[in-house]
Design a binder for this molecule. Structure first.
Ligand SMILES: [Zn+2]
Length: 441
């Protein structure tokens, strides 16, 4: 095998004694760029496990003094060897061995005390046992994966992988990286199933469609949200034109108090979930009733109606439509609930102005209230409370669909990283899932 570095091909045939049978074949030697700047290869060995240990030497003849910062080139000595894990070659682990050069500063040294600085090369960080290239590869593998999983695959300790994450991924958003925020989403997730331990995910959808996690807040209290919004630099606050939230007074009030110019939109998907749940609740009640009232044979003809009922009318297959019709024959109130559910969805689909949409929703409300149905009653209360924020959707048709997509990512992340309750870690992992491919490929 022949390794070369970027500047100069240094041919060294080694590391293949152990694979003599292979080396007899054609193409057994390859030339691989080491892709590490400012070094030359001086030796290659394999260890017992078959790992490659490549000894390199710096080709740079100076460093900066750690005391005065001046460039110094008076050679002093070589430091003890460091061994850094690098990118694998053909399935074998690779280690780079280097004895860093040390230089004496003529400006800072006195007769008694000589000031010695160790040369630092660009492809590794002090204190890290890996090259930067290798760490980038580990980070890439962490996208949509778990620390445990990557640790096993890479034969690294759990803490070593955590160390890599901590070296590269901040636990907070870097405001300097952002020019504009545009649409901000406030959404909550329950960290434990069935618990009311909510954390708030604050995101921004940038102009190019990119989604950024801005913060993960420990609870959904107004003061918490307000304090975070107030921390956003003023120049960025001014660029937020819309905030999409769930129906939660604390969010809405926090936004209104800190970002008075911003339009608050109650997300249409949350609205939809609310009125769809009302219809679904009635479906359950009605099926329970029918199970006792119908004969077993009759009841069998309306089995499997849950998914068709949840579908929108346009998405129904002919068989599903027939099934639903049978169900509606037995349960007319359910037919009515389905009709109202679809009617309201249609309003959100239509290209209406805020004024027209408000009127349409008010008309819908009136119709629902005057019919016999009571299943939508909780939703009617919601409408009364949030009608303005709900119909703000029609101003620019912003929804936190992007937040919903993100929520799915978080759900998967939670499943993957069982017990990931540390908000800093959650932020880092979410950041990696969202931006890891772009940053580390
Ligand atoms: Zn100095």
């Amino acid at each position: 095998m022949v390794f070369t570095n970027k500047t100069k091909s240094v041919k060294l045939i080694a590391a293949i004694q152990k694979q003599k049978e292979v080396s007899k074949r054609m193409f057994s030697k390859l030339s691989i760029p080491l892709d590490i700047p400012d070094v030359q290869v001086i030796d290659i060995k394999t260890n017992k496990r078959g790992d490659y240990v490549i000894t390199v030497e710096s080709t740079l003849d100076s460093t900066s003094c750690h005391q005065c910062g001046r460039e110094i080139s008076k050679y002093h000595s070589h430091d003890r060897a460091i061994t850094l894990r690098h990118l694998p070659i053909l399935g074998h682990q690779v280690y780079i061995r280097l004895r860093p050069k040390r230089y004496e500063c003529g400006f800072c040294s006195s007769k008694k005390h000589r000031k010695i600085s160790t040369q630092q090369l660009s492809w590794y960080s002090p204190k890290s046992p890996h090259t930067k290239a290798y760490e980038a590869q580990v980070l890439l593998q962490l996208v949509n994966s778990t620390i445990q999983d990557v640790a096993i695959k890479e034969n690294l300790g759990y803490e070593a992988v955590v160390g890599i994450v901590n070296r590269y991924v901040s636990t907070q958003v870097d405001w300097f990286e952002l020019d504009r925020l545009e649409v901000v989403g406030l959404d909550e997730i329950a960290l434990k199933k069935g618990h009311r331990d909510y954390v708030v995910i604050v995101t921004a959808r940038l102009k190019d469609g990119q989604v950024k996690v801005l913060a993960i807040l420990p609870n959904r209290e107004k003061e918490t949200v307000k304090a975070f919004l107030a921390r956003i630099p003023t120049r960025l606050q001014r660029t937020i034109h819309t905030v999409c939230t769930d129906m939660w007074k604390a969010y809405i009030n926090a936004v209104k108090e800190v970002l008075s110019e911003t339009v608050v939109v109650v997300d249409r998907f949350h609205v939809a979930k609310k009125y769809r749940d009302c219809a679904d609740k009635l479906r359950k009640q009605e099926l329970k009733r029918l199970k006792t009232e119908l004969s077993a044979d009759q009841y069998n003809t309306i089995k499997g109606t849950m998914w068709p009922f949840r579908k929108n009318k346009v998405d129904l297959k002919p068989q599903e439509a027939l099934l639903l019709d049978r169900l509606f024959d037995y349960a007319p109130s359910l037919k009515l609930a389905y009709h109202f559910r679809e009617k309201l969805t249609a309003i959100f689909h239509n290209d209406l102005t805020k004024t027209l949409a408000t009127q349409a929703i008010k008309d819908w409300r009136q119709e629902v209230q005057t019919c016999q149905l009571t299943c939508f009653d909780p939703f009617l209360t919601t409408l009364d409370t949030y009608l303005d924020e709900i119909t703000n959707y029609f101003l620019h048709r912003h929804s936190s669909g992007f937040v919903e997509g993100l929520n799915n990512k978080i759900k998967v992340l939670k499943r993957r990283c069982y017990g990931l309750f540390n908000l800093d870690h959650l932020f880092q992992r979410l950041f990696l899932d969202l931006e890891g491919y772009a940053l580390f490929t």
